[in-house]
Design a protein around this ligand. Sequence first.
Ligand code: G6C
Length: 346
Amino acid sequence: MPVSDFELVQSWRQVLELCNLHSGQSVTILTSIGTNAQTLRCALLAVQEKGAIANRLDLQPTNGGTSLSRDPLAYVGTTPLTGNRAAVEMLKASDLVLDLMTLLFSAEQHEILDAGGRILLVVEPPDVLVRMTPTAEDRTRVLKNSARLKAAKVMKVTSAAGTDATFALGEYPILEEYGFVDKPGRWDHWPSGFLATWANEGSAEGKIVLAPGDILLPQKSYITAPITCHLEKGYVRAIEGGFEADHLRDYMESFHDPEVFAVSHIGWGLQNRAHWSVMGFYDREASIGMDPRACAGNFLWSTGPNNEAGGDRDTACHIDIPMRDCTVMLDDEAVVQNGKLVGESK
Ligand SMILES: O=c1ccc(O)c[nH]1
């Protein structure tokens, strides 16, 4: 249900504080046609209240005539910054970029970050933003678990439904999402609260069995019948099941790019204020589904690009698949047991 401008300004105030935004610094707020007006209005107020310079850069939408889904995370890689030198230069010159349109997985994003920029993605509805306003405690929990993931050589995921998959680790960096950008070079997403990394190239092996209730994004669907994904040498080699498996496969095949079947990031949710049930209460296009991505105890895996992690796979098709009731082992230590955070992970 709606939140007031006062509540959302309060949340922005907390986020900008956690981002170490200082008076006199320059902030560029990236907007486009889909930007939420209340989120923008409250961001402008909170930035100026901090004594920072609030610029707005409104970009034209792209991919609308190509993407089969209208979800901003469904079609990644080319963005309104692609080939847009003037815009990239303005963002590189900014101390903080608030992305209210979605740049995820773009080469230009890396250029901005590599130049010491900071980018915070903020596109969920205002009520979701307020409910999951990030805290320093979120950062503590994500970083504590990140240290464990950094030290691990193998991730093994199993479930009663039949999942039994292994991923070698170490080649790629860790994606630590705790909802704010407290130091130069960082990208993050408010709301979030989860960890991810990429399996070593070609190492994803085994079987992932999606059970009823597991979620497909950007489809925004809770599946109702099992879907079995066979992994071999880092790719999903077969997707078996009923209608929902056909629908997923049909969508992925529409890109005519074999790279869409590559396994992308793998990790687990750490956000106790995110809930598996939330997606069922929102219209499909009202949210990008950060509750399922971040809810504590999920196993989140994905298919498609790895350019986010410095790889060269930049396929446009990105599917995120949050699963319940999995057990996630790092070497021989469980961080998630049957869908619940265990031990130090909490
Ligand atoms: O915050 C996000 C959202 C989507 C994704 O694939 C990764 N991180």
